[in-house]
Design a protein around this ligand. Structure first.
Ligand SMILES: Nc1ncnc2c1ncn2[C@@H]1O[C@H](COP(=O)(O)OP(=O)(O)O)[C@@H](O)[C@H]1O
Ligand SMILES: [Mg+2]
Length: 397
């Protein structure tokens, strides 16, 4: 029986753990302790910090694992790189992982390799001359922690008066001693899922994003196909392929965030793992294969074919969120009648659990995924399905 180590035990790793079980692969889950749904599903659990790569490497060695992987989070990607390098496993390299985990290193690679990206500056955390350091950039700006995810530590700034508040927010969300300021690109946010295996880009699937406008944009849902002019899709593919090369990514899933402005794709960031927010499901439904299975098999170094020509099933998804308040779930009901076009309705929590008023991705409380013959049908079904879901939350006092 092959052994896969899965980093993380949260909602985005659960499908990996379940798929491993279905395929007869022994799953070793590593995560900090907590109320995570992946623990009871795993064959074996280690309660360790997934960012502690020396510790995880030691366990991986002892267990003689055949592969290591995660989904939907950047947190543990560096550890995957470290373990893959040391144990000669199939996955991204430590070098590439370090670049993927740091928005400044990543943007520097883009700049060096001519990948289109927003103009940026690196700023020391305690710099007191920020205005002069960013004087060559045009407002609006966006202040960014280099090492966080889920839109944490990322603030749009329209005037100099907002600098201090933005810097405070960055400081609360970084372990680094510098941050990034870049030009804010006014455009339409979209993304792509892709896979790079044995040096070849296996597929690139652009998708549309539903974005919640909080302090900054937070992706809350996705859909595919995304109706773009062929020239725009071609440009996005070129930028993505160049960005993958620039970062030295190989043998991993790719989650790309873009902004489209005047028909040109700007690369916001790329992660060396599959996307969160129902994006792995988007790939599975669209192409008609189990993407989690491909991800696992690649991590095990097996011969994997991405048969992407078979189907192109339109689909859409949306996170369930507590929009008005933080509090306790009183009840949650899915009143949807049986419908083959409703692919999945998931509640992340149980009645009695505490949930946060939605501001960032990890505040999700569930999701809905639909499909259809056309994207319009998939989206209409999504909205109807959402109307039939009732979640009652007692506000925290
Ligand atoms: N240069 C930019 N211009 C416009 N919006 C941006 C820019 N950078 C980030 N954003 C917004 O902030 C969100 C989060 O930024 P991103 O760099 O993708 O970090 P994260 O790792 O938190 O997803 C993006 O999805 C987008 O909505
Ligand atoms: Mg992002």
């Amino acid at each position: 029986m092959k052994k896969i180590m899965i980093l993380g035990a949260g909602v985005y790793q659960v499908p990996l753990i379940k798929t491993a079980k279905r395929l007869g692969i022994y799953s070793i889950v590593v995560s900090i302790p907590g109320n995570y749904p992946g623990f009871p599903l795993a064959d074996k659990v280690y309660y360790e910090d997934t960012t502690d790569y020396e510790k995880v490497l030691e366990i991986a060695r002892d267990e003689q694992i055949d592969g290591i992987v995660t989904a939907g989070t950047d947190v543990a990607v560096i550890t995957i790189g470290k373990v893959c390098d040391e144990l000669k496993l199939c996955g991204l390299s430590f070098e590439a992982a370090k670049v993927a985990a740091n928005k400044f290193l990543m943007k520097s690679k883009y700049e060096a390799h001519g990948v289109r990206t927003a103009k940026f500056r690196e700023i020391p955390l305690n710099a007191d001359d920020v205005p002069s350091r960013v004087s060559a950039l045009n407002f609006p700006l966006i202040f960014k922690s280099v090492d966080s995810s889920g839109s944490r530590g990322i603030v749009r700034v329209d005037t100099e008066a907002d600098f201090d508040a933005a810097i405070r927010n960055v400081k609360e969300n970084t372990r680094s001693d510098y941050y990034l300021v870049e030009e804010f690109i006014e455009g339409e946010e979209f993304g792509a899922q892709a896979f790079v295996y044995r040096g070849e880009v296996s597929f690139i699937l652009p998708h549309g994003d539903y974005v919640f406008k909080g302090d900054t944009g937070v992706p809350i849902g996705h859909f595919a196909p995304y109706d773009l002019a062929p020239s725009v899709i071609e440009d996005a593919r070129e930028q993505l392929a160049a960005a993958i090369r620039a970062m030295g990514l190989d043998n991993c899933a790719i989650n790309a965030d873009f902004i489209l402005k005047d028909g040109k794709t700007y690369v916001l960031e790329i992660g060396g793992r599959s996307g969160a927010t129902c994006l792995a499901e988007l790939v599975s439904i669209y192409y008609g294969f189990d993407y989690y299975e491909k991800i696992l098999r690649c991590a095990l170094g097996e011969d994997v074919v991405f048969d992407c020509g078979r189907s192109a099933v339109p689909n859409a998804s949306m996170l369930l969120r507590s929009e008005k308040t933080s509090g306790t779930i009183k009840s949650q009901t899915d009143r949807n009648p049986e419908n083959p076009d409703i692919y999945d309705v998931q509640f992340d929590y149980k009645p009695g659990d505490h949930v946060e008023k939605f501001r960032v991705g990890p505040h999700r409380i569930g999701h809905v995924i639909t499909k259809g013959e056309t994207i319009e049908q998939a989206v209409a079904t999504l909205h109807k399905a959402l109307e039939n879901i009732e979640i009652d939350i007692t506000p925290a006092s």
